[in-house]
Design a binder for this molecule. Structure first.
Ligand code: FES
Length: 109
């Protein structure tokens, strides 16, 4: 078994089988990595492998559409395209908190 630590989710740590897909682990364990398509198209699942980048599999061509060489070098991957051969710690940019709707000004009031 390997461990996945979701840093942006308060450091929640879960166990998973070796060769698990990172986004699938997040979905199963409510890790919280953002996603939309699950298929390498939207780029929403971009995340930073802060520890254990050596425990991820090869970068896929689909990831190259959303991430630069500099980002790969810094440890970024797309969770839905990444399989884990060992333990990792992952962070991401949280979705913006929805702003409350502004009250609509009504003429004459
Ligand atoms: S969820 Fe869309 S690219 Fe990963």
């Amino acid at each position: 078994m390997i461990e996945v630590t979701f840093l942006t989710n308060g450091g929640k740590t879960v166990s998973a089988a070796e060769n698990s897909n990172l986004l699938r682990v997040s979905l199963r364990e409510q890790g919280g990595i953002p996603f939309k398509c699950g298929g390498g198209l939207c780029g929403t699942c971009k995340c930073l492998i802060e520890k254990g980048i050596e425990n991820t599999d090869a970068i896929k061509p689909k990831e190259r559409k959303h991430l630069t060489d500099e980002q790969f070098a810094a440890g970024y991957r797309m969770a839905c395209q990444t399989f884990l051969t060992g333990s990792v710690s992952v962070s991401w940019v949280p979705k913006a908190v929805a702003q409350p709707a502004r009250p609509v000004a009504v003429d004459g009031e």
